[in-house]
Ligand binder design. Sequence first.
Ligand code: G16
Length: 548
Amino acid sequence: DEWIENIVELESNIESYPNPGIKVFQYGTSGIRYNSEHLDHVLHRMGLLVALRSIHLKSAAVGLMITASHNPQDDNGIKLIDPLGEMLDSSWEVYATKLANAPNNQDVCAMLINIAYENNIDKKYIPRVYIGRDTRNSGKRLLDAVLCGVNAFNSNVEDFGIITTPMLHFFVRCYNTNGLYGQPSEHSYHTKLTNSFKTLRKMCLDLKNYSPVIEFDGANGVGALKMKDAIIHLEETLVINMHNDDIMNTEKLNYKCGADFVKSNQCPPTGMTIKPHSKYVSVDGDADRIVYSFVDENNKFYLLDGDRIATLVAGYIKDLFIASGLDVNVGLVQTAYSNGNSTKYVTDKLKVPVACVPTGVKYLHHKANDYDVGIYFEANGHGTILFKDAIRELIRNQCSIEVDEAKSLALKKLICIMDMTNETVGDAYSDMLIVESVLCERGWSISDWYKTYSDLPNRLKQVTVKDRNTFETGDAERICLKPLGLQEKIDSIVLKYSMGRSFVRPSGTEDVVRIYAEADTQINADKLAVEVATAVYDIADGVGKKPE
Ligand code: G16
């Protein structure tokens, strides 16, 4: 019948991108990633799938971002975006995995027909697909593969070229909310976020220790490119000194710089001179993550990661709500990677409830929706703030009638924060504006911010094993269920360390198993990480050098 006829016509389209069958793909933490040489058929099929998703959603715009984010330049991948700018629905992740691995054209056709029937998809809708890509060399070639797939369904396609991942999320939401959230354009994105930042800045009268000077580490990627545009919109409100902005030499992308490097290695980015007490901001390869850092006069390094941003923002928002007189339930979502002391600080000092979920923005985003105002951040710097529609309305309405001056000011500030937040997903630029706003409001230098609580010393490690798919975790990744016996081993190792905590999980974006360890001293955290990494290596057939 209709779908079958239509999809059979697709066969010739599908023939152009055969599956060489060298790798089994999985739609993981954040889409599919791998060496770009082997991704053409995957990207083509994701083009087909995303078009079908839009037909299913009655022509709502959906997004496809070509990026491998923090991974090295040779990798690439996709992230699929649902209509409100959120990550692809998990039931469709299963389709993505199956389609990516379908051995031949007939299987691809049969799967597309099945998806259409299973979801009762009405063929009459014309798909609308928004596409973006990061600065990787392979992006253009893979875009052609995507377009071939998307066009097979005669879609309305908008190719935004090289943009950040969070921009594409923002554009998708703008289209589907009829402009209520902004317009799907870079200009609208910059104006919305930056104007509210500038408005809030005008309300801040005493800067005290705050400095508007930022040393910006663009990871040699799209974040650097777009920051140059942002600087024009920011006018003089922030002084941004650009570093690691060489997007022409793409082998430099994420190389010894950027948010993932700084967080994972707990050291300053290379490619720039590091001056004591300057404020360093690092973003990742598609600019959805951000971390801050500085060194003191003895060159000791201090990291202000996603946990720090979360605590800074949670404290400020809580105070604004108290000042506004509105009774609103503010909550924070973290993952097992969050430093034990950050959780303690938020719970005991800020009195904000904390939930813990597995790694992956999709889980954090979902959980944050449980609160009136849900703040979520992964320790790696990926996060944002979600305001329930009703709360957003409440704040605006109350602001328009409030007569008390102090309350009215707090409400105005809340509106600015809402408008500078890209609520669709973690957004390095939006998060930077929020952090700078709070620091300015508090009158804090970066070291004042650091002093709010002290982190438990911690260490991240990774081990390559024969097959990371043999790993299974439970309790928000805090327990390793498989390989059998590993958790018992970890437990016995952890017992030896004062304030010790450690967990392991398979990465969803790289071919590694990740290890997190924290303990009373840095030496102990390092030792604990090595011991647990060695246990992983021994039990799960480690590949390459033994951890040390
Ligand atoms: C992606 C996800 C994040 C996740 C990170 C690392 O970030 O969006 O939620 O924390 O990967 O994931 P994993 O430890 O599973 O490799 P990005 O910025 O690389 O897209």
